[in-house]
Design a protein around this ligand. Sequence first.
Ligand code: HXC
Length: 519
Amino acid sequence: MMTEKMQHLLQDLEHRNQKAMEGGGSDRIAKQKKGNRLSARERLDVLLDPGSFVEMDRFVTHRCTHYGMENNKSPGDGVVTGYGRVNGKIVYVSSQDFTVIGGSMSRTQANKICKVMDLAIKNGSPFISLNDSGGARIQEGIESLGGYADIFTRNVLGSGVIPQITAIMGPCAGGAVYSPSITDFIFMVKNSSYMFVTGPDVIKTVTHEDVTKEDLGGALTHSQKSGVAHFATEDDKNCLLMIRELLSFLPANNLDDAPVLPTNDRPDRIVENLNTLIPDNPKKPYDMLQVITECVDEGYFLEIHKHYAQNVIVGFARFNGRPVGIVANQPQVLAGCLNIEASRKAARFIRFCDAFNIPVVSFVDVPGFLPGKDQEWNGIITHGAKLLYAYAEATVPKITVITRKAYGGAYIVMGSKLLRSDVNLAFPSAEIAVMGAEGAVNVIFREEIAKAKDSPAKRAELIAEYEEKFSNPYVSAELGYTDEVIEPALTRKRIIDSLEMLKHKRDLIPPKKHGNIPL
Ligand code: HXC
C-alpha cells in the first residue's frame, strides 16, 4: 500500500513532467504545427522504436539572468535529449524544441547535448541530432558560443568512431550549421529547413544580393547545388523514417560489423539482363543505376547525394545480406567523367565506408577527368586527388567491376588494382587504356593523319587498329591488373564470391598520427 507521502511525491513528479511536456506553450506549439512541423518529442516518437525513448535532463534549466531571462525558463531548456532504439539498436539523440526560445543554443542546452554525445562515443552507438533552432541564444552571448565549440569538439572526436547523423528540421544559421557539416550525413526537409552561415538580410547588406531563404539554403539548394545535404526529404516524417533506413546499413561503431539482413535473393543468381545492357557503340549512354539494382539483393539501393554530382553514384546496398558501399560512374551524366564535385562526393563516401568497415564495390565506366578551364582553375588536381587518396587509403575489402571505359588517370583512381583494390573484374566490353582510340591516334599518328587529311579511311583504319590493340580488357588481364574477365550475367555471383573470400581481410597502413588528405 503506497504511503500518502509517496502519493504526494508521485503527483508532484507527474505535475513537473506535465510542465516539461508543454515546451514553449500551446500558442507556440500551434505555430509549429501550422508550419507543418512535428514537435521535438513527436519527432523522437517517429525516429525511435515505439516506447524505447529514455529522456535525460528533463528538468535542467538555463542560468542566464540577462534581459529578464531568469523569468523565462522552461524545464529542459529547448532540447530533448536521451537514448532509444532504432531497429532494436541503441542510438543517442537530441531534438531541439523551437517552441522554447526558438530552440536557441544556450550553455545549458549545449551541456545536455554534450552529455549524450559523450555517452554515445564512450558506449559506441550512433548519435542523431534533430536540429530546429535560431542559433546562438543571443541573451547569453559568448557562453552560447562556448557551448557550440564544445559540441564541435565532440563531433570531431567522435568522427570515424560512431556514425553521426543530423536532420535539419527548421532554421539553422551561423554556428548551428557547423556541427551538422562535421557529421557523416545531413538530412533536410523540403520547404521547412534552411542552412546558411549568413542569412538573406546580412547578404543584402554586404553584397547587395537579393535572395530568399529557400534559394539561399533550402533543402533543394543544399542537395543539388552545394552538396552540403545528402538527402532532401518530403516532410518531417519522411525525414525521420529515412534516417531509420540509413541506420539499417550501419554498424554501431568503428569496431562493430555492419548488420547482416537475411535475404531470399540467391547469391548465385544469374543476371541475364547485364549481357544486353551495355551498348555496342561506346558513345551511347546506358543507366549505371540499372547495373547496380540488377546485381544487389532484391534490387534495393539506398542512393546518397542523389541529386548532386550525378555523374557519380554512391549509396548503400546489400550482397547476400551484407551491407556494402557502392561507387559508380554514371555514363548518362557528363558521359560519366569525374569532375570536382563527383570526386569530393565519392571520396567522402569511401572514407565513411572505410571508417566503418563497410566494403566498397565500384562499377567503372569513366572516360577520364572532365576537361576545362573551370575545372582546372577550381582545383580538379587537388579534388581529384581526394578520390585517389580515399581509394588508396581504404583498408576495407574493395571490389571493382569495369563495365566499359576505364581510361587514363580516371581508371587508376576508380578502385584500380594499382591502388590496393582487392579484386578487379572486367566485362568483355571493357576498354582499359590510357585514352580513347580517337584521341590516342590523333596524338601518336599526328603526321600521318595530317598527310592523309583527305582520306578519312586512313584515320578510321588507325583508330580500328588502336581499338583492336588496346580497347579491350585483355592487355590489363595479361598484366594481372584485371583478375578476371567475366560474363556480365555472373556479376552478382562474382561480387558475392569476392566478398566471402575477403571476409576476414586484414590490411594496415603505416602507423602515423593521421594522413594529410589534399583538403
Ligand atoms: C534568442 C531567439 C533566437 C536566438 C529565435 N529566438 N532565435 N531567441 N536567441 N538566436 C526567439 C524569438 O525571439 C522568438 O521569441 C522565438 O524564438 C521564435 O522566433 P521567431 O522569430 O518568432 O520565429 P520565426 O519567425 O520562425 O523566425 C525564425 C528565425 C528568427 C529565422 C530563426 O527567429 C531569427 O532570425 N533568429 C535569429 C537568428 C540568429 O541571428 N541567430 C544567431 C546566429 S549567430 P518569442 O518570445 O517572440 O516567441 C550564431 C553564432 C554562433 O549562431 C557561432 C558559433 C561558432
